[in-house]
Design a protein around this ligand. Structure first.
Ligand code: XMP
Length: 528
């Protein structure tokens, strides 16, 4: 799979060439926030491909290497003959300087990290409305020493004499700081200046234009054929269901496989919501018995995940035959998955291209490739926050649009050791209390995930005059940007107290509540 432009039916106005920065995706998101469509492409994209796309502007991302280092990634120098405005960010600016005949000073212990005040020397073009003294986020060792011909310095900081550069004549600009990160106070103004004033882009990347384009594209792709969608209840598959329903109505069949590992009330909510409230027919497949019996005696987490994944595929195959035949399978693939599998990723530490990452996670997107379906993936151009906007605009409620992430294998990987019906009931009740109290305290949207985990050990307690010997529940609340790293949330003691009291009093089989205060790394968010 690669970032195929044929299937987007729309060329990006701004192309971001990725030199291995952790922020390349973020630059794309920020540009899209200005309602201008952008895509991340590999730093070594050929000049022919760039010409074919004919973007209105190019952004060269940052990167971990030094321009003079062996193996440092370089773009095709012919981009300087294209007459397209370019903005270089950090490494991207240094590369611009290097390729256009200037000089870069290699780090000599004068690295600059974190916030810096930017003093603007030329408040025009790129730096219009970027106020003198505004905070920008720095993260660099090397810096610009000699400017290439036609360039002038536009700004400085107390540590960096040349923090922004520009050749107004050629519409080439470079910044040493990262305008895309939230700490860069006027970063968005700068990006807006680039896309609107310098590249003359039009604001045409909006939720509504996306929906219209996606509907037309799906209709064009599938014609009169039938499409199957495995619904999980998450925001991606739900948004997809709404979009496809709008595009092709009855040609869509949604299937919801209930493995028995959802949270309390979720299967009922899902069925009622789709089927009754929105008249989107969903085939409910009750596979609870099948899954739990397969997990009998299984305690190893990876084995559990594999069994659940395999069983899911089996049920899916059987049911698709029963309900089918179908020509197409709809999948909620998102843009970050496309970037990841397109192989444009570069290891931020070594600068090497990194192998395609394969998710061991089981979810509804993880169906085997040998299934005899063609794929419909209308969300593959979108970032997660854009999916949420599309979902909301199509009428999905906040319960789904702003729902915390939930793993495909569900509660089965939040019960350590063997899964049983009794433990599932117990965990479901405890989990509901955690979510209810976090929501009541107004913390739900500040927290990435808040949930309960059941440990398969027993400890002694006392309730009334009775000695108890029961399971503990772990409360796990984390804050995170993307699930890759996380910190434990500092939930107020008062809220924790209510959660603890309610769980011990209301959930049969539990006599103790403990709090997980492990960050990721070294811990993971889930316990299995
Ligand atoms: P970990 O536990 O690896 O989780 O720190 C990171 C994020 O991924 C979610 N997660 C999953 N999501 N299928 C999914 O769709 C899975 O099998 C799965 N396992 C973990 C987890 O909830 C967290 O948000």
């Amino acid at each position: 799979m690669s970032v195929s432009l044929a299937d987007t039916k729309r060329n990006p106005a701004i192309v971001i060439l990725d030199f291995g920065s952790q922020y390349s995706e973020l630059i794309a998101r920020r540009v899209r926030e200005t309602e201008v469509y952008s895509l991340v492409m590999s730093y070594n994209t050929s000049i022919e491909e760039i010409q074919e796309i004919n973007p209105q502007g190019i952004i060269l991302s940052g990167g971990p290497k030094s321009v003079y280092e062996e193996g440092a990634p370089v773009c095709d120098p012919n981009i300087w003959n294209l007459n397209i405005p370019v903005l270089g960010v950090c490494y991207g600016m240094q590369l611009m300087v290097h390729q256009l005949g200037g000089k870069v000073q290699v780090a000599s212990g004068m690295a600059e990290y974190g916030k810096a005040e930017l003093y603007v020397d030329d408040p025009t073009a790129l730096l219009t409305n970027v106020f003198d003294g505004s905070t920008m986020w720095m993260s660099h060792g090397d810096s610009v020493k000699d400017l290439p011909p036609d360039f002038v310095s536009l700004a400085h900081t107390s540590n960096t004499a040349i923090a922004a550069i520009g050749s107004h004549k050629h519409q080439r600009y470079g910044v040493q700081f990262h305008p895309e990160v939230v700490h860069s106070i006027h970063g968005m103004s700068l990006l807006r200046n680039f896309v609107y004033n310098i590249c003359n882009c039009e604001p045409d990347w909006t939720t509504n234009t996306f929906i219209d384009e996606a509907i037309a594209q799906v209709r064009n792709q599938v014609g009169e054929k039938k499409v199957l969608l495995a619904l999980s209840g998450g925001v991606d598959s739900s948004t997809l269901a709404f979009l496809l329903n709008k595009a092709i109505g009855d040609q869509l069949t949604c299937m919801f496989i209930d493995q028995g590992f959802m949270r309390k009330g979720e299967p009922e909510f899902l069925m009622e919501f789709f089927d009754q409230k929105f008249d989107i027919h969903v085939e409910y497949i009750n596979a609870r018995e099948r899954f739990i019996s397969k997990l009998k005696g299984v305690i190893d987490p990876e084995e559990k995940r594999k069994i659940i994944g395999t069983e899911f595929i089996r049920v899916f195959e059987e049911e698709s035959v029963r309900l089918g035949p179908f020509d197409y399978l709809a999948q909620g693939t998102l843009y970050p998955d496309v970037i990841e599998s397109s192989g444009t990723n570069i290891d931020p530490k070594t600068g090497e291209r990194i192998a395609v990452k394969i998710k061991s996670h089981h979810n509804v997107g993880g169906l085997p490739k040998d299934l005899q379906f063609k794929l419909v993936e209308p969300l593959r151009r979108l970032f997660k926050d854009e999916v949420r906007k599309v979902g909301k605009s199509l009428g999905l409620p906040d319960e789904i649009v702003r729902r915390h992430p939930f793993p495909g294998p569900g509660l089965a990987i939040r019960i350590l050791g063997e899964v049983s019906a009794e433990k599932l009931n117990c965990l479901r009740d405890a989990d509901l209390i955690v979510r209810e109290e976090i929501a009541k305290a107004g913390l739900y949207h500040d927290i990435w995930q808040a949930f309960a985990v059941l440990l398969p050990v027993r400890s002694v307690g006392v309730m009334g005059d009775q000695r108890t010997y029961a399971w503990p529940i772990v409360v796990r609340c984390v804050s995170s940007e993307d699930g890759m790293t996380a910190d434990w949330s500092r939930v107020p003691y008062e809220t924790l107290e209510i959660i603890s009291n309610r769980i011990v009093n209301e959930v049969e089989g539990v006599n103790r509540v403990v709090l997980d205060i492990t960050s990721k790394p070294p811990g993971t968010i889930e316990w299995e």
